[in-house]
Design a protein around this ligand. Structure first.
Ligand SMILES: [Zn+2]
Length: 487
């Protein structure tokens, strides 16, 4: 079998989280009553004129700067002509000839290797409406159209075919999502369609310079769907090429239920969108001052923060990456580390127990009921030996559920750590007398057996004993036992 290299490019549609639509004053709230957020402009009635929402330009410039793009100081809108029931004007206002920005890139890390994925262009456009069929409406004999989404601003981000594996495609998508969330221009809720993808993929023999015939895939609404569709296409194309067959240039649709892609249209059937300049809108002129103002309002981006977390807090790359992927999480971390200056411990507890609870309870860090101050206080109790690590986990969970302070919970539940030898001693003796085979193992030189015994004592004390003290006391008694047996 020949060896093939995978070549992937992505087009990302990001719905901008402006309050109003791109060319009219209608609201953009998701989930509103169908056709309640419409007006003559977004319904495409005759005689109306679009007016560009300045916020959209601002958001596009934010994205362009964050994605290291060159910004066109003068750009234009074009009409993309096609007919579809969810597009009342029969054309979409988009940017084809002079998009707002291009020539950018982002850097991604896959297996610790840094790879640069280039951005071909970023353009502004309006979203279409939504057709509702039987599965949405229950009506078997009719389809309905909801025009609320018509005219919601979209940013389309188009990459060069720079990705060489599924891992790179996945990393690109998550990195891009993190950036869009950081710069606060898109809520990236894929289940609501605010982030959607189209992918193109081709295979070529390893070492070949020329690109293979590419296939496009539309309407991919989640990371998982993109990866499944690409995975299927790689196998399909590999099989065809190995059998000496040709790949047809076509657009394919991912069938999520069937787990496969099917041909939608070939090159011959492709639409000719007959793009031409949008006569109802003047060119967009952007001045340097506008760009400077936006540049100075941008937050520190994930890649810069990642480097700073490694440097400033001495965190390993993995920890720095997890903590900086989410802006609110990185803020939480920094606030805790500011109060409790042991960055590694803070990172372990945030990434371990806190993220575990958040995931399990499906709560975002923004809605976490434990404040950074309360979290730092818990870490202080742990450091001072007031509670054991095991109790610490219980306390954190209780803090999360009840929003109470750690001190209060420790008191109420009687969780303070036991380090009094008079209290631990009897438990140690009990465990040694009831676990003879483990004690035998220890005496025969299997020193690791002590771990199991520590666990037993901890269990006897409901996790409240100081494990260090337990270890010391166990070792002492076991060594005595060993001596006794030798003599
Ligand atoms: Zn409107």
């Amino acid at each position: 079998m020949e060896e093939y290299e995978v070549v992937i490019g992505l087009e990302v549609h990001a719905e901008l989280s402006t309050n109003t639509k791109i060319f009219c004053g209608c609201g953009t709230k998701f989930g509103a009553e169908p056709n309640s957020q419409v007006c003559p402009i977004c319904l495409g009635l005759p005689g109306v004129l679009p007016v560009l929402n300045e916020k959209v330009v601002e958001y596009a410039v934010r994205a362009a700067l964050a994605l290291n793009c060159r910004i066109n100081l003068s750009d234009k809108f074009d009409r993309k002509n096609y007919y579809y029931p969810d597009l009342p004007k029969n054309y979409q206002i988009s940017q084809n000839y002079l998009p707002i920005a291009g020539n950018g890139h982002i850097e991604i890390f896959v297996n610790r290797e840094k790879t640069r994925i280039r951005i071909n262009n970023i353009h502004m456009e309006e979203d279409a409406g939504k057709n509702l069929h039987a599965e949405d409406t229950g009506l078997l004999d009719a389809s309905l159209v909801d025009f609320n989404r018509t005219g919601v601003p979209l940013l389309e981000i188009v990459t060069y075919p720079d990705m060489r594996s599924l891992e790179e495609a996945e990393k690109f998508m998550t990195t891009l999502r993190d950036i869009l969330l950081y710069i606060d221009i898109c809520d990236c809720r894929m289940e609501e369609g605010s982030l959607r993808f189209e992918a193109n993929i081709s295979l070529r023999r390893v070492g070949d310079r020329q690109l293979g015939q590419r296939v496009e895939m539309k309407n991919l609404n989640s990371f998982k769907m993109v990866l499944k569709a690409l995975g299927y296409e790689i196998k399909r194309q590999e099989k065809l090429l190995t059998a000496g067959k040709e790949i047809r240039q076509e657009t394919r649709l991912w069938d999520d239920k069937g787990g496969k892609t099917t041909a939608m249209r070939s090159k011959e059937e492709a639409y000719d969108y007959r793009y031409f300049h949008e006569p109802d809108l003047v060119p967009v002129i952007i001045d340097e001052k506008f760009i400077d103002r936006i540049r100075s309002s941008l937050p520190e981006l994930p890649s810069a923060k990642f480097e700073r977390f490694k440097r400033e807090y001495g965190l390993p790359p993995y920890n720095a990456e997890v903590l900086t992927a989410n802006r609110a999480l990185s803020d939480f971390y920094e606030e805790v580390a500011g109060i409790f200056p042991d960055p590694k411990t803070v990172s372990n507890w945030v990434m371990g127990e806190l993220l575990r609870i958040l995931n399990e309870q499906e709560v975002s860090i923004e809605n976490c009921r434990v404040s950074p101050g309360q979290f730092a206080e818990l870490l202080r109790f742990l450091k001072d030996g007031k509670i054991s690590a095991l109790s610490g986990k219980l306390v954190l969970r209780e803090m999360f559920l009840s929003a109470k302070d750690a001190g209060k919970i420790i008191e109420e539940k009687g969780l303070s750590q036991i380090s009094d030898e008079r209290e631990i001693g009897p438990k140690v003796s009990y465990v040694i007398s009831t676990n003879t085979s483990t004690v035998d193992d220890y005496c025969k030189g299997k020193e690791k057996a002590i771990g199991a015994l520590i666990g037993k004592v901890m269990k006897e004390t409901q996790g409240r004993a100081d494990p260090k003290k337990v270890g010391e006391m166990l070792r002492e008694q076991l060594e005595e036992e060993k001596k006794k047996r030798k003599s």
